[in-house]
Design a protein around this ligand. Structure first.
Ligand code: UDP
Ligand code: MG
Length: 309
């Protein structure tokens, strides 16, 4: 019988863990003639009783394992650590807040075992219960990144997915420090089946993602999976060279034909500001890539474990 490893990143989730454990063990019970289970809770430097909750579960249920980080390293690092620890033939990543319906596991397993997919992933088709502005920006982000990146990044895709050992190993080989898993999942390839479901609201606690954090995360995605922004400066540079050349011609002709009265001070100031702004913007883009390269060069570990079982 196959072993399914369920990786659960947790950050300040003491309220949600008991609900999650009940729901997941019920599903495991239902599927007991098809697979064995292990549950890997990754405590991502929580400041509440999350670690204690994981310890307690690990004591009473030997299928439960946990990793606890020395500080908050982010969900990406937590997923990586969990996948690394997982011993299963199939690996699932699941949020602890029950926004990823555990019942879908049955269908996911069918997708891999009967239909021969390497991965069964989920995507939300609605964004019910989410602020309008956030949904709008999320849609924009997916539209932009899919235009400028060769890697396919699916709108509404969750991290909730069941993967074969082979695919998980491929992901683990991507040891980059700036992790954007929606891109990583797409980048490694393999046959993926998509299950769609309506957005479910959190069972307890609250979301860890502010608008600002999401915005920074989306930039992370763009810089990690596209170099198109780097081309912006070349294109703009070329454009401005052409414009400047034409302007030189025009002003030279004007001076020759009509003489050269001193005028056009506002135009001068405006163009200096415009071009200065564009230059700074482009240097900023360069800086972004440079800083990412800098962090990758340092080769720092993705996470640091303080305690595990
Ligand atoms: N999470 C984490 N580290 C973080 C932030 C979040 O491990 O720094 C976990 C969190 O405990 C949850 C999952 O990632 O299990 C998704 O987080 P959340 O529900 O806040 O995100 P949302 O579902 O609102 O996108
Ligand atoms: Mg959630």
């Amino acid at each position: 019988m196959k072993l399914i490893s369920i990786v659960v990143p947790c950050y300040n989730e003491q309220e949600a863990i008991p609900y999650f454990y009940d729901a997941i063990t019920a599903v495991a019970q239902k599927m007991q003639d098809r697979a064995n289970f292990e549950f890997i809770f990754v405590n991502d430097g929580s400041k509440d009783g999350t670690l204690q909750a994981a310890r307690t579960l690990a004591e009473k249920d030997e299928r439960v394992h946990y990793i606890s980080f020395s500080r908050n390293f982010g969900k990406e690092a937590a997923m990586y650590a969990g996948m690394k620890k997982a011993a299963g033939d199939y690996i699932v990543i699941m949020d602890v807040d029950l926004q990823d319906p555990p019942e879908l596991l049955v269908q996911m397993l069918d997708g891999i075992e009967q239909e021969g997919f390497d991965c069964v992933a989920t995507r939300r088709v609605t964004r019910k219960g989410e602020p309008k502005l956030r949904s709008f920006f999320a849609r924009m982000f997916y539209r932009i990144i899919n235009r400028i990146s060769k890697t396919e990044i699916v709108d509404g895709a969750r991290d909730y997915r069941l993967m074969t050992r082979q695919m998980t190993d491929a992901i683990l080989e991507m040891t980059e420090y700036n992790r954007f898993s929606k891109g990583i999942f797409g980048w490694v390839g393999f046959e993926t089946k998509w299950l769609e479901y309506e957005n479910v609201e959190r069972v307890a606690g609250e979301t860890k993602w502010s608008f600002w954090k999401l915005f920074l995360y989306s930039l992370e995605g763009i810089f990690a999976f596209s170099t198109a922004p780097l081309a912006i400066s070349s294109v703009l540079g070329l454009l401005f060279c052409v414009i400047a050349f034409i302007m030189v011609l025009i002003y030279a002709l004007k001076a020759i034909i009509w003489g050269d009265p001193v005028a056009g001070f506002p135009t001068l100031i405006c163009s200096i500001f415009l071009i200065g702004g564009i230059q700074l913007f482009c240097i900023g883009i360069l800086g972004q890539y440079l800083s990412k390269t800098y962090l990758e060069c340092k080769n720092r570990p993705i996470y640091i474990v303080k305690e595990e079982k």
